[in-house]
Design a protein around this ligand. Sequence first.
Ligand code: ZN
Ligand code: ZN
Ligand code: ZN
Length: 118
Amino acid sequence: MTSYEPPRGGSGGPAVRVLGPTVDDQTRCVHYAGPLDVIAIRFHCCGEFYPCFRCHADAADHALSVWPRAEFDTHALLCGVCWSTLSISEYRATDACPYCGTGFNPGCSLHYPLYFAE
Ligand SMILES: [Zn+2]
Ligand SMILES: [Zn+2]
Ligand SMILES: [Zn+2]
C-alpha cells in the first residue's frame, strides 16, 4: 500500500496521510482518476483519509460509518491539490477549494449519503 505525504515541507502541524490505492499525489485513486477527482475524505469510522469509499472498502477491515450532522464542523475533507482541509459544512457549501480555487467534481455530491448523514 502506498501513502502520499503533503508536497510541501515545513512545520505545518501533523502530516496528513491518505491511505488506499492512490495513483498520484493529488489523491486520485484507481477508482476515480479524472481531472476533478482531487478530494480525499476522512472516514468517521476510523479517522483515516481515503480518496473514496471504494478505496475504504478495499483497504479497511471494517464497514464505513457516516458523519452525523452534529459533527459537520469536523475537517474531514482534503483538497489533494493544496492539501488544505475543509470542514464537511464548508465542503457541502462550495464547488471549489476556498484555498487554491481548484474545482471539485460535482458528481461527488451523488455520493454524499455514503459519507454524511442527511
Ligand atoms: Zn473506516
Ligand atoms: Zn478509490
Ligand atoms: Zn485546494
